[in-house]
Design a protein around this ligand. Structure first.
Ligand code: NAG
Ligand code: NAG
Ligand code: NAG
Ligand code: NAG
Ligand code: NAG
Ligand code: NAG
Ligand code: NAG
Ligand code: NAG
Ligand code: NAG
Length: 885
C-alpha cells in the first residue's frame, strides 16, 4: 500500500494586518509631525496705517516679556490681507492666549519632501519615440490652445513649491539664465542646499536646484521650451517663472517657511502660485491651508498637490491642498507608456516589449532559464529554488508573476546567482512599471512569457538580448486617462471636495537638472499640479489677470472638465468624485466656453448637515439664445470604512447601483445672450446603504447646450460623521489594546508605575486615530478623580450628561488640533506623545500620583459638549523626582 504524501507548501499570504513593533522612544520622537515648542501666532489686524503695523508685533512681544515668557522669533509675516503674525519658539504656549491681539496659535508642522512615485532619468535628449508630454496636451486640449497662439505670455507663476523647488535655470529648455528677461525671472532661496529641517536655514537670492530635480521637473511641465529632441513642451512655455525654495537637498521643511514663501510670491505679484508638496492632514485647517485660502480669495490662483497617498484609502487629503479655494490637484495617468523591446535570436519571433523607459542595462545575448515549466503556476519562485537549479548567472531567468512580492522571487533567483530576470505578466495584471529594487528585472507580457517557457521546455536553443538604442516606442497605456492609483482620495473631514480636479501626473516626461541627466520621467500629483498652474496661465492669458478672473479659475476649470471613468470596462460607473474631483481639465473648453455655470461644486456634507436644495446659475455669454437641458449623471458611490472594524479601507468598496437622485425645478432652460437663469436641484442621498461604511456618493449635474456641456460636481456622505469612532481602541495594530502608555523599557505599562522624568525615564503615550480628530486634549488629573471614560467601550457613568468643564483637572499636558487619521502602515500608522513630567507650559509637575485624561472630539462635534468626545484614562503613574534619604 503506497503512502500518500501531502506536501504543504507554506502559503505566502501576508496577513491583512501584521502586528507592528512597538516604537522605540527615539522613533516616538521622530514620528511627531510637530516641531517642538514652535508656533505660528496670528495677530489681529489693528486697522491702522502700515507704519504702526510694525509695532503690532512689538506690542505683542512686549506683552509677552511682561508676562515673563521667554521666546525667540523666526519668520515674521506682515501682509494684512493674508497674515500678520510670526513664527516663534517658546515653552509657555498656554499663556499666549491671554495676550490681547493674539488671534490664533497654530503649531509649526513638519512637511516632508515630496517624493515622486516613480522616476527614470533619461540622459539622451535626442532619443526619439519617448512618451511625449504632448500626449498630455492632447488629453487636456492644451494642444488646441497652443494652436490659437496662447502660450501664457506675460503670466507670472511662482513655484512656492517643491523639492527643492529650486530650478536649474541653466537648462536649455528652461531659458539658460536667471533674472529679468529670462524664463526664470526671479525667486528666493529660504533655506540653502544644506538645510534639512533640523538645522538653521541659510537663505540667499539664488534658487538654483542641482541636487534633487523635482523643482526642475515641475518647471519643465509649466514652461519647457518646445522644439527639442524629445518633443516635449510646457503647458504655458511663454509664462515667466519664479522659484521660492523651501527645501534643502535632504530632509523636510516646515509650514512657517511654506507660509513665508507663499506670502513673498504673493507680494512679488505672482498671478499663480503652485505648490507640489503637502503633508497628511484631512482638514481645511493649518496655517499653510488658511494662508492658501486667503491668497486665493485675493484673486490669485493657488494650485496644490492632492498627495500620493491613494493606497491609504479615503479621507486622507493633504495640507495645504485642503485649503478652501485653493485648487487641489489629482493625477490622471498618461495615455502612453514608454516601452523598450528585447529581441529574440534562435527562432523567428517578434521583439518582446518590456516595461521600462530606458533599455535594461544588459549587453550580449542571454540564454533563457524558466524557474517553472508550468505556465499556470503563479507562486513560481516564491519559495527557494530547488537544489537542482544550475548557476543562473549567465541566464535570462523567466518567472511568472503572482502570489508573492516581486522582491521575494528576485531574492530566490539571486540566491542561485540569477541577475537578469524577465517577469511575465499574469493574464489579468496591468502592464505597468513594477518595483524591483536594485535588481535588473523587467515585466513582459503574458503571451511572450509563455512563449519563452515553451521554448525552454522544448529545449530550443534561443537567446534574448536588450538593444541599448533604437528599441524604444510608445505603447498605449491601458490605465491611461484613468485616475492614477497613487492619487490621494478625499474628501476632507469637514466634507470639502478635495481634490478639486485632475490633470496628467502619471508617467510624465520633463526636464531635470543637467547634472542629473537633463530629462526624466516622473509620476505624482506633484506633476499634475504644475500642469494646472500652466493651464491657469492660459486661462488668465485669454481672460485677463483681474482678481475676479483669478477667483473664477477653479470654477471655470471644474465646470468644463471631463469626467473620468473608474475603469475602461464598459458600463463601469464614473470614478468617485472623492478621488477625481470634477475630473480631467479640458483647457480649450475652459477658454472657449460660451456659457458660465456656477457654482463649480456642491458639498452636500453629511446627513446631519444635509440640505436638499441647491441653486445653479447659468449665464449665456455667447451671441445667441440657447436652450440647455439639465441632467443628472451619477458617479460611483463607495463604502470607505470597514463596518466590522470601523477602520478606513485602503481601497474604497464600489457600491454599484447606489446613487443619489436629483430632481430639478426645470428639465430645460432657455437663456438669451447675456442673460443669467437659475435652476434648482433637489438632492436625495442614496438609500439602503450601511451607514457604518460611511458611503460617499457623488456625481455631476450637466447643463447641456447644443454646442457644449458644462457641469456642476457634487459629493456627500450618506451617514452622520459625528457617529464615527475617532480613537482606535482595538488591539489590531500592536496586538495590545490602545491607547497605551509605553515605558522607557519598551514595555506597555500595566499597573501603577513611578517615573523620575530624568535620565531617559520618560514614558510615552501610544495611540491611533481611526478617523480625523478636530481636537485632542490631554489633561493631568488626580489618580482618584471620578470619571468614567468611554474607552475601552463601557458603561457611561454619571458624568456623561455633565459638561466638559466639570471634570476636575490639574492642568493641561497638551492639545492637538485637526489631526489626520492613522494609516495601516506598520512603521508610521500610529501617534506618540512623550511625557516630559511637565505641563504644556513647561512647568514641572509636582511629585504625586496621577492619571492622564485623554479626550478626542468627534468630527462635527461641539467642543463644549462632553458627549461629543471619546475619552480614555491612563493607568496610574507617579511623578517621583525627590530621592528619599
Ligand atoms: C542633439 O541633437 C542636436 C541637433 O541634432 C545636436 O546638436 C546635439 O549635440 C545632440 N545632443 C546630444 C546629447 O546628442
Ligand atoms: C517593438 O515590438 C513590438 C511588438 O513586437 C513592435 O510592434 C514594435 O514595432 C517594436 N518597436 C521597435 C522600436 O522595435
Ligand atoms: C551598466 O551595468 C554595468 C555593469 O553592471 C555598470 O558598470 C554600468 O555602470 C551600468 N550602466 C548604467 C548606465 O547604469
Ligand atoms: C500547474 O500549476 C497549477 C496552479 O498552481 C496547478 O493547479 C496545476 O496542477 C499545475 N500543473 C502541473 C502539471 O503541475
Ligand atoms: C546555441 O546557440 C549558440 C549561438 O546562438 C551556440 O553558440 C551554442 O553552441 C548553441 N548550443 C547548442 C546546445 O546548440
Ligand atoms: C459640513 O458641516 C460642518 C458642521 O456644520 C461644517 O463645519 C462644515 O464646514 C460643512 N462642510 C461644508 C463643505 O460646508
Ligand atoms: C423643455 O421642458 C418642457 C417641460 O418642462 C418641455 O415641454 C419642452 O419640450 C422642453 N424643451 C426642450 C427643447 O427640451
Ligand atoms: C511610587 O512612589 C511612591 C512615592 O515614593 C511610593 O509610595 C510607591 O510605593 C511607588 N510605587 C511603585 C509602584 O513603585
Ligand atoms: C503652568 O500650568 C500649570 C497647570 O495649569 C499651572 O499650575 C502653572 O502655574 C503654570 N505655570 C506658569 C509659569 O504659568
Amino acid at each position: 500500500m503506497g503512502m500518500r504524501l501531502a506536501i504543504f507548501a507554506l502559503a505566502l499570504v501576508s496577513p491583512a494586518f501584521a502586528i507592528a513593533p512597538i516604537p522605540t522612544p527615539q522613533q516616538a520622537r521622530d514620528a511627531s509631525s510637530y516641531v517642538p515648542n514652535a508656533y505660528i501666532i496670528e495677530l489681529s489686524d489693528p486697522q491702522v496705517s502700515k507704519r504702526t503695523l510694525v509695532s503690532r508685533h512689538e506690542e505683542v512681544y512686549d506683552a509677552m516679556r511682561q508676562l515673563g515668557i521667554a521666546f525667540s522669533i523666526g519668520q515674521e509675516y506682515n501682509t494684512p490681507e493674508v497674515l500678520i503674525g510670526a513664527a516663534i519658539r517658546l515653552f509657555d504656549v498656554a499663556k499666549l492666549s491671554e495676550i490681547p491681539g493674539v488671534q490664533a496659535i497654530r503649531p509649526v508642522i513638519k512637511v516632508p519632501a515630496p517624493k515622486p512615485v516613480s522616476s527614470t532619468i533619461i540622459t539622451d535628449p535626442n532619443a526619439t519615440g519617448l512618451p511625449d508630454s504632448f500626449s498630455t496636451h492632447v488629453m487636456t486640449g492644451v494642444d488646441k490652445v497652443h494652436a490659437q497662439g496662447n502660450f501664457g505670455q506675460g503670466i507670472k507663476i511662482g513655484m512656492t513649491d517643491s523639492v527643492p523647488p529650486g530650478i536649474d535655470y541653466n537648462h536649455p529648455l528652461l531659458g539658460e539664465g536667471f533674472g529679468p528677461g529670462f524664463k526664470v525671472i526671479g525667486g528666493y532661496d529660504f533655506v540653502g542646499d544644506d538645510y534639512t529641517g533640523e538645522n538653521t536655514p541659510s537663505p540667499d537670492d539664488d534658487p538654483l536646484d542641482e541636487c534633487n530635480g523635482h523643482g526642475s521637473h515641475v518647471a519643465g511641465i509649466i514652461a519647457a521650451s518646445p522644439a527639442n529632441g524629445l518633443g516635449i513642451s510646457g503647458v504655458a512655455y511663454e509664462a515667466s517663472l519664479a522659484s521660492y525654495r523651501i527645501l534643502g537637498c535632504s530632509g523636510y521643511t516646515t509650514d512657517d517657511l511654506i507660509v513665508a514663501a507663499m506670502i513673498l510670491a504673493y507680494n512679488e505679484k505672482m498671478d499663480i502660485l503652485t505648490l507640489s508638496l503637502g503633508g497628511d492632514s484631512g482638514w481645511t485647517e493649518g496655517t499653510a491651508s488658511v494662508v492658501a485660502s486667503r491668497i486665493a480669495a485675493q484673486g490669485r490662483v493657488v494650485t496644490i498637490a492632492a498627495g500620493n497617498d491613494g493606497q491609504d484609502g479615503a479621507w486622507y487629503t493633504s495640507s495645504p491642498g485642503g485649503g478652501i479655494g485653493a485648487i487641489s490637484v489629482a493625477s490622471v495617468d498618461n495615455i502612453v507608456s514608454p516601452i523598450q523591446n528585447a529581441t529574440v535570436q534562435g527562432v523567428a519571433h517578434n521583439p518582446i516589449p518590456y516595461f521600462l523607459a530606458l533599455p535594461l542595462n544588459v549587453t550580449g545575448a542571454l540564454p533563457i532559464y524558466a524557474t517553472s515549466t508550468n505556465i499556470s503556476q503563479t507562486d513560481d519562485a516564491c519559495s527557494p529554488l530547488p537544489d537542482s537549479t544550475p548557476d543562473l548567472s549567465q541566464y535570462l531567468v523567466v518567472v511568472h508573476r503572482g502570489t508573492c512580492l516581486f522582491m521575494q522571487k528576485l531574492a530566490n533567483i539571486a540566491a542561485k546567482g540569477g541577475t537578469v530576470v524577465a517577469i511575465y505578466n499574469s493574464d489579468t495584471g496591468a502592464f505597468s512599471s513594477i518595483s524591483v529594487g536594485g535588481y535588473k528585472a523587467v515585466l513582459i507580457g503574458a503571451d511572450e512569457g509563455k512563449f519563452l517557457v515553451q521554448q525552454f521546455i522544448a529545449g530550443v536553443n534561443i537567446t534574448v538580448s536588450f538593444p541599448q538604442s533604437d528599441a524604444e516606442f510608445e505603447l498605449p497605456n491601458p490605465a491611461g486617462g484613468l485616475i492614477s492609483a497613487f492619487s490621494t482620495i478625499g474628501p476632507t473631514f469637514d466634507m470639502y471636495l478635495s481634490p478639486a480636479l485632475a490633470a496628467p501626473g502619471g508617467n510624465i516626461l520633463s526636464t531635470l537638472p543637467l547634472k542629473l541627466g537633463g530629462y526624466g520621467l516622473e509620476s505624482g500629483t506633484s506633476m499634475a499640479t504644475p500642469f494646472v498652474a500652466g493651464a491657469a496661465a492660459l486661462v488668465l492669458k485669454a481672460r485677463g489677470t483681474a482678481p475676479a478672473v483669478g477667483r473664477a479659475v477653479l470654477e471655470i476649470l471644474q465646470t468644463t472638465a471631463a469626467s473620468v471613468a473608474a475603469s475602461h470596462t464598459d458600463g463601469a460607473p464614473l470614478q468617485t468624485v472623492a478621488q477625481q474631483g470634477a475630473g480631467l481639465i479640458q483647457v480649450d473648453r475652459a477658454i472657449n466656453m460660451q456659457t458660465v455655470v456656477s457654482p463649480g461644486q456642491i458639498a452636500l456634507n453629511d446627513t446631519a448637515h444635509f440640505k436638499a436644495k441647491h441653486s445653479i446659475w447659468v449665464t449665456n455669454i455667447g451671441a445667441r439664445t440657447v436652450t440647455y437641458q439639465i441632467q443628472h449623471v451619477p458617479a460611483g458611490t463607495v463604502g470607505t470604512v470597514d463596518s466590522d472594524s470601523s477602520f478606513v479601507q485602503s481601497v474604497p468598496t464600489a457600491l454599484p447601483g447606489a446613487a443619489a437622485s436629483v430632481a430639478f425645478s426645470a428639465s430645460n432652460i432657455t437663456v438669451h445672450a447675456g442673460q443669467t437663469k437659475r435652476v434648482d436641484a433637489f438632492f436625495t442621498p442614496p438609500v439602503g446603504l450601511d451607514k457604518a461604511t460611511l458611503p460617499l456618493y457623488s456625481g455631476f449635474i450637466h447643463v447641456v447646450g447644443p454646442a457644449e456641456t458644462l457641469k456642476v460636481t457634487y459629493l456627500g456622505v450618506a451617514a452622520s460623521l459625528k457617529a464615527v469612532q475617532v480613537v482606535d481602541a482595538s488591539d489590531r495594530y500592536f496586538g495590545f489594546a490602545l491607547p497605551a502608555v509605553v515605558q522607557p523599557t519598551g514595555q506597555v505599562q500595566e499597573g501603577p508605575t513611578n517615573y523620575t522624568f530624568a535620565d531617559g525615564d520618560y514614558p510615552f503615550l501610544l495611540f491611533r486615530l481611526a478617523f480625523g480628530c478636530p481636537k485632542l486634549q490631554l489633561d493631568l488629573i488626580d489618580k482618584d478623580t471620578p470619571f468614567m471614560p468611554t474607552l475601552p467601550a463601557g458603561e457611561r457613568a454619571a458624568l456623561s450628561s455633565s459638561t466638559f468643564s466639570k471634570v476636575k483637572t490639574i492642568g493641561p499636558l497638551g492639545e492637538l488640533d485637526y489631526q489626520p487619521r492613522s494609516t495601516d502602515d506598520p512603521f508610521s500608522g500610529y501617534n506618540t506623545l512623550q511625557f516630559m513630567g511637565t505641563f504644556a507650559n513647561g512647568t514641572r509637575i509636582d511629585d504625586g500620583q496621577y492619571r492622564v485624561l485623554f479626550r478626542a472630539l468627534k468630527v462635527a462635534g461641539n467642543p463644549r459638549k462632553e458627549e461629543d468626545y471619546e475619552s480614555w484614562l491612563s493607568p496610574q503613574f507617579g511623578v517621583v523626582t525627590e530621592t528619599l534619604e
